[in-house]
Design a protein around this ligand. Sequence first.
Ligand code: FAD
Length: 326
Amino acid sequence: MKDYSGLMVFAEQREGRAHPVSYELLGKGREMADKLGVELSSVLLGNQMEEEARELIYYGADKVFLYDNPVFEDFDLLNYKHNITRLVEEVKPEVFLFGATHLGRSLAPRIAVALGTGLTADCTGLDMSEDGGLIQIRPAFSGNILAHIRTKTRPQVATVRYKVMPSMLRDEHRKGEIIKKDVEIVPSLLTILKKEKLGEKSITEAELIVSGGRGLKKAEDFSLLADLAELLGGAVGSSRPPVDDGWISREHQVGFSGNTVKPKVYIACGISGSPQHLAGMRGADVIVSINSDPSAPIFKMADYGIVGDLYEVIPKLIDRIKGESS
Ligand SMILES: Cc1cc2nc3c(=O)[nH]c(=O)nc-3n(C[C@H](O)[C@H](O)[C@H](O)COP(=O)(O)OP(=O)(O)OC[C@H]3O[C@@H](n4cnc5c(N)ncnc54)[C@H](O)[C@@H]3O)c2cc1C
């Protein structure tokens, strides 16, 4: 254990830009590194990413290990895993943090296995104990308790949800070191057939979300929610049942086993308000609920409640908004 020191953050990039969860992890990492008096490093893989590497320093990193190669332009799991595992074996950080994004959730467990260490997934909080051990906080038993987990092995690897901790303010005066690492390329399993721009608004970024649940009668009815979301400049979310039924993709799921969202406005349509759903959206500034059952638990949390059939209420809302904007 004594060979391990410092904290490391995996800086995820999409289309050449660091994902904001990376800045949030650097903010928390900076706070913990200062508390322990150790170094905070970050690892970034991509193609022509030196400017982004500098951004990571502005957001709190002391050192950025940069793997710059066209092979890293897209997420190539085996090449990412191979190079990051080598780096961790060399640097030996005590703590290694990933965002609990789709990419992070796919990469972190594979690296933890390769390193023979443990992993705590989907943390919503982190702290440091007096003895320098990482306390990984995450909901357990369907969100009814918050478990505080410690890892005996090193490094202590955790994935952390997006939008649960603030990032530091960007500071262009911060100084740090960018260390360019040699890239080792291994045979890839990745074949890219077609690339599409990230067109659709992601629910984790959206300021307004219109979410649908089991109150919807069929998959096609999500188009009603999409019409409202588009008019209001928002994105479409979902509770888990429509996702399990294959009506909408998992990226749209809000909740305990889906995404944590923090929009300004969250409109829940035909969603009862289970603890697992609330776990993902209770951070919204304003919650609006449309539900035909006045005793639905979601009304206890909602700032505005509309008791009614979503198939009547939403078209009326759409007409009203269109009327006002024309
Ligand atoms: C380990 C675990 C993880 C889970 N993770 C998640 C998660 O991440 N996200 C999640 O959402 N769930 C999750 N769940 C499932 C969760 O327990 C609930 O089953 C789920 O949230 C219920 O979804 P719902 O509110 O859409 O459906 P329901 O609870 O069935 O509610 C449907 C609501 O629609 C209303 N309704 C019906 N018709 C209409 C209409 N025409 N107009 C208006 N209202 C109408 C009803 O009154 C009802 O309140 C998880 C469960 C477990 C055990």
